[in-house]
Design a protein around this ligand. Structure first.
Ligand code: BT5
Length: 326
């Protein structure tokens, strides 16, 4: 914990109370001038701190910041989030997590940023990452499974995100194959899972999750692939990000343990329950050609199973799936 976080923690433990500069300086082993400097920095971050002669400092208001100490305290997980690294800015949390793998980061390591300067989407696309309003999160896993099973885990972050958004905010978050999260047809979250593996062994799987939380309509640039939305737009209210991150990490942890114990089946069932196109007639744009059929769910490797009119089963590995109006 940084000194700044320790100060916040001390205030939070004694809500509404003044804490003298002398006490802060004694507990934290730094001078009173250094305490004053830290308080100034906290104010710059948006903390409202009253300073009163002969009484000390008192915390009046906290901003919606992602502080590891708030995120970690009483986090009920087996593995995920025992170490959380929060940064103000980075190119991409996925990239930072991959660097941390090289430096020996443990499984379950979480990386969060207030903003990303080169947020990554799939296939070289860009993820818009304005500062302080959304969640940009990467979770590092090192599953001991054959690399060909890794695509199954791409559905883990989608299920966790959609379930948690629905439970916390009572919005109907649905999955779009392979792994977008939509509310009423608008994209609220995007997922980018990046695998590093050899033929026999997975080195790391980074689950990258971007959730639009407090982003407003005017912050979305023109020309996005789908219409976009945020939790704030859907609920009409500003939301605190801390409870969302905590629940998300807990759900990822739970689903990962379930996957390692019971395999893909429970995860597949959960994903299919969040998928609107099951048993529906769809057309799939494969690029060079368009095919149509009835969606039969997920194949064990994460491909979309399509029942074709001639009785064949087609496995769709990549393509744009659209319902056919009936
Ligand atoms: C995705 O790609 O949806 C994956 C996004 C993953 C972002 C997270 S944030 C934490 C972690 N670190 C990273 O660097 N990335 C991950 P894709 O399906 O390719 O969608 C990208 C497209 O969505 C863009 O080309 C835009 O059209 C649109 N888009 C960009 N930013 C958006 C946003 N904030 N909300 C909605 N749509 C967006």
């Amino acid at each position: 914990m940084t000194t700044r976080e320790q100060i916040v923690q001390l205030f939070r433990n004694r809500p509404g109370e003044y804490i003298s500069g002398q006490e802060l300086s004694r507990v934290l082993h730094i001078s009173r001038a250094a305490i004053w400097k830290q308080v100034e920095q906290l104010r710059e971050l948006g903390f409202e701190i009253e300073a009163r002669r002969a009484c000390g400092y008192r915390l009046l208001e906290s901003p919606d910041l992602l502080l590891p100490s708030d995120l970690v305290s009483d986090l009920a997980t087996l593995l995920v989030g025992h170490q959380i690294h929060c940064v103000e800015t980075t190119a991409s949390t996925n990239q930072l997590a991959q660097q941390m793998v090289v430096e020996g980061a443990p499984e379950g390591q979480v990386v969060l940023a207030e903003t990303q300067t080169a947020g990554r989407g799939r296939m070289g696309r860009r993820w818009e990452s304005p500062s302080g309003v959304n969640i940009y999160c990467s979770v590092l896993l090192k599953p001991q499974i054959p690399p060909h099973q890794a695509p199954q885990l791409t559905f883990l972050s989608a299920v966790a995100t959609a379930e948690v958004l629905t439970e916390l905010y009572d919005i109907n978050a649905r999955v779009k194959w392979p792994n977008d999260i939509l509310v009423g047809g608008r994209k609220i979250a995007g997922l980018l899972n990046e695998l590093s593996a050899e033929t026999e062994q997975i080195h790391s799987l980074v689950l990258g999750i971007g959730i639009n939380v407090n982003m407003t309509a005017d912050q979305f640039p023109a020309g996005l692939r789908y219409p976009a939305t945020s939790v704030r737009i859907e609920t009409g209210e500003l939301q605190s990000r801390v409870p969302l991150v905590r629940l998300l990490l807990q759900r990822i942890d739970f689903l990962y343990a379930e996957f390692l114990e019971q395999g893909f089946a429970p995860l597949r069932r959960r994903w299919e329950a969040l998928f609107d196109l099951l048993d529906r007639q769809v057309e799939v744009d494969l690029g060079p050609r368009i095919i149509s059929g009835v969606v039969g769910g997920l194949e064990p490797d994460g491909a979309l199973r399509l029942f074709m009119p001639d009785g064949r089963i087609e496995r769709v590995v990549a393509g744009d799936v659209r319902p056919i109006a009936s």
